[in-house]
Write a protein that binds this ligand. Structure first.
Ligand SMILES: CNc1ncnc2c1ncn2[C@@H]1O[C@H](COP(=O)(O)OP(=O)(O)OP(=O)(O)O)[C@@H](O)[C@H]1O
Length: 166
């Protein structure tokens, strides 16, 4: 089984009809420099949703309850040129949470309008699924990264067909 990680996208209604998502510039470690959702590795014995609750608080100070997180799917990231980076990520979206995001050692939180996501500064896969998932969809998909460890190769290959629904 691939290493299991989670990612959580918190949404807020910024002004009437305008929704925003909390992302953060990752400061250290895997994906440093990219804007990412809050998340990280599951600890032993932890479920993906428990990990999401914990990582949101660790990385931003925001408190979210497990029952306020909606499971929105599973992403498989394959790095044939760097096997140790391959992982499987459970995706959650939450609209109810408490607190104000604060900068942590891991990441510098920032709100983005849903129609102005910083896709060119995120992991390359995000452009293929994140807008649809934040608009209410769910996803089950595999992305394979190339030798540059940065670009998705052949995103429409068999086995990695888009399956956004919702
Ligand atoms: C390759 N394409 C990718 N596209 C979008 N998001 C990606 C991703 N690959 C990893 N992610 C996210 O990155 C976090 C795991 O990173 P990972 O280093 O395991 O966690 P993190 O540095 O937080 O460590 P700790 O668990 O805190 O130790 C986790 O949210 C995961 O969904």
């Amino acid at each position: 089984m691939l290493p299991q990680v989670c990612v959580c996208y918190l949404l807020r209604e910024f002004s009437a009809g305008t929704h925003q998502v909390l992302l953060g510039r990752k400061k250290v470690g895997f994906g440093a420099g990219y804007y990412v959702g809050l998340g990280g590795k599951l600890e032993p014995g932890e479920t993906a949703i428990e990990a999401a609750v914990r990582e949101v608080e660790e990385e931003s100070g925001v408190v979210v309850m497990a029952e306020d997180l909606e499971p929105r799917g599973l992403l498989t990231y394959l790095f044939p040129h760097r096997e140790s980076w391959s992982q499987e990520s459970s995706v959650f979206v939450g609209e109810t949470w408490r607190g104000e995001p604060v900068e942590s050692d891991e990441l510098d939180p920032e709100w983005f309008d849903l129609d102005a996501l910083p896709l060119s500064e995120m992991w390359d896969d995000a452009r293929f699924w994140l807008p649809e998932v934040l608009a209410g969809g769910s996803i089950r998909r595999t992305f394979t990264f190339g030798a540059d460890l940065a670009r998705v190769v052949d995103p429409f290959a068999a086995g990695s067909r888009p399956s956004v629904s919702g």
